[in-house]
Design a protein around this ligand. Structure first.
Ligand SMILES: [Mg+2]
Length: 216
């Protein structure tokens, strides 16, 4: 986490993505996905395969796995039922709380911007003990991970810090897209929901691992 910390010290407002960036939930997401795939007689995925193929929009990802278009809403509903009842078994990435506390202590403004649903996100951030350190916690109003860019704009409007002093830390190409839309810097960590190879498409700074020693 030292490397991640060092990459953030020049900024005044640090906006974190949630799933795969602060919360280590790839195993849970995959377990629920595999249950869905098995139920519909489709091939299950390994963590590596998931990270190599996971993408947004979520619906396109499901279709690529062979799931049926007309069943998308059903899949999503089932996914959220299972996820919401089990996410507390996941944990923050080791060292996350300490990183957040350290940044907070040095006077940084910290926020969370996520494509998770607002109510769920607030509950989760509270549960994992990060709420006291966060200026703002912004999720979206739907269950299909859409609208993150717009919510990001609303978030930045609330915080009176120059865009040049603001950075988004995320784990997917979606985060890079959001940062581009908001015209702020981005740093991606490649040990979340998408592989390093996938993230290369974003042509932005990437940490192959938040625990690693080199910056690409
Ligand atoms: Mg994420």
């Amino acid at each position: 986490m030292e490397l991640l910390y060092k990459n953030l010290t020049n900024y005044e407002h640090i906006v974190f993505d949630w799933n795969g960036t602060l919360l280590s939930d790839v195993e849970l997401v995959l377990a629920i996905l595999n249950e869905n795939l098995t139920k519909h007689k489709l091939d299950t995925k390994t963590v590596q395969e998931f990270r190599e193929h996971f993408s947004f929009p979520i619906k396109d990802f499901y279709l690529k796995l062979g799931m049926k278009n007309e069943l998308f809403e059903h899949y999503q509903k089932r996914y959220h039922e299972l996820y919401d009842s089990q996410y507390k078994s996941s944990e923050l990435y080791p060292g996350t709380l300490e990183l957040i506390q350290r940044l907070h202590q040095t006077g940084k403004k910290l926020s969370i911007l996520s494509a998770a649903k607002q109510e769920h996100l607030h509950e989760a951030v509270e549960h994992f003990g990060l709420r006291p350190y966060m200026e703002h916690v912004y999720g979206v109003s739907n269950n299909i991970a859409e609208g993150k860019s717009q919510r990001g704009r609303e978030l930045l409007d609330k915080v009176s810090i120059a865009k040049e002093k603001t950075i988004l830390v995320g784990d997917t190409l979606y985060d890079a897209e959001v940062a581009k839309f908001l015209n702020i810097d981005v740093l991606l960590v490649a040990d979340g929901h998408q592989s390093y190879e996938q993230l290369l498409k974003a042509k932005c700074p990437i940490l192959p691992s938040r625990y690693g020693s080199s910056l690409y």
